[in-house]
Design a protein around this ligand. Structure first.
Ligand SMILES: NC(=O)c1ccc[n+]([C@@H]2O[C@H](COP(=O)([O-])OP(=O)(O)OC[C@H]3O[C@@H](n4cnc5c(N)ncnc54)[C@H](OP(=O)(O)O)[C@@H]3O)[C@@H](O)[C@H]2O)c1
Length: 235
């Protein structure tokens, strides 16, 4: 792989770990898209220090442009100008949306439209950070789960229809700032473990990967148990 790599959700801990795994040797153009923040700028600096040319692009899933095909195409045209897009990683997600509607929008509708815009650019590989919650929605994070269901299904369908390789990644609990302060459940993992699983799945041209690997089975087993027997956070 020698074209550019784009990370949407340029401040994401898992997204950065995946990017670092897929990056290969410098120099290679990297584009970090997202809401401008100290974390995103730190990630850009870290990559520049390692010898990679880095550009940044503004992307906010709650703004109108995130729901407009023309605006998305223009965002990607500008962000990728002069650098054919080879790999795109979509790490946008939020469990702290201010409303149910925003949770659906940020995790679902916006990501679904973004995936379609990315497919139109025909990169070699797209990696979507979905979630185990897309397959087993939980009442405690309903909007997040429903949004992830939409994004996950969009990823699967586009992967089948478009001919662009699209990997849907379904982690369980990963220790990042998104889960800071939450009790750590069994099968919890970390961003580096997710990144290693993603790299292996990309090499193997897979379409879905669970992290950890046993999570898919665990979700199926949990689905067979009566919800009232489960701890509240797992229902
Ligand atoms: N941590 C877990 O346990 C876990 C488990 C399964 C799946 N995932 C998924 O993995 C991905 C990465 O999560 P993470 O753990 O690395 O958490 P994270 O560091 O909080 O990353 C989430 C990313 O989404 C971005 N984002 C949130 N709202 C946005 C908006 N309105 N517009 C644009 N970007 C927005 C954040 O940007 P800001 O910095 O601007 O907020 C950040 O870059 C997410 O899709 C998450 O749902 C995480």
């Amino acid at each position: 792989m020698t074209g550019s790599l784009l990370l949407v959700g340029g401040s994401s801990e898992i997204g950065m770990a995946v990017l670092m795994q897929l990056l290969g040797p410098a120099p290679r153009q990297v584009i970090l898209a997202g809401r401008m923040s100290a974390e995103l700028r730190r990630n850009a600096e870290k990559l520049r220090d390692a010898g990679f040319p880095v550009s940044t692009a503004e992307y906010d899933a709650t703004l109108g442009g995130a729901l407009d095909d023309d605006a998305l195409d223009k965002l990607l045209d500008d962000a990728c100008a002069g650098h054919p897009l080879e790999v795109a990683i979509v790490a946008v997600g939020s469990m702290s949306a201010t409303s149910f509607a925003e949770g659906l929008l940020v995790n679902g509708t916006a990501v679904s439209l973004l995936l379609q815009a990315l497919v139109r650019r025909r990169p070699e590989q797209i990696v979507l950070l979905s979630s185990a919650a897309a397959v087993r929605p939980r009442t405690s994070i309903a909007a997040y789960s429903l949004g992830k269901q939409l994004a996950d299904s969009t990823g699967l369908l586009l992967g089948r229809q478009s001919g662009v390789r699209l990997l849907v990644v379904r982690p369980g609990f990963v220790t990042t700032r998104m889960t800071a302060g939450l009790p750590k459940p069994p099968l919890a993992t970390d961003p580096e473990h997710v990144a290693r699983r993603v790299a292996a799945a990309v090499d193997a041209h897979r379409t879905v990967v669970w992290v950890p690997g046993v999570m898919g089975l665990a979700v199926r087993v949990l689905g067979l148990l009566p919800r009232k027997l489960l701890p509240a956070g797992w229902r």
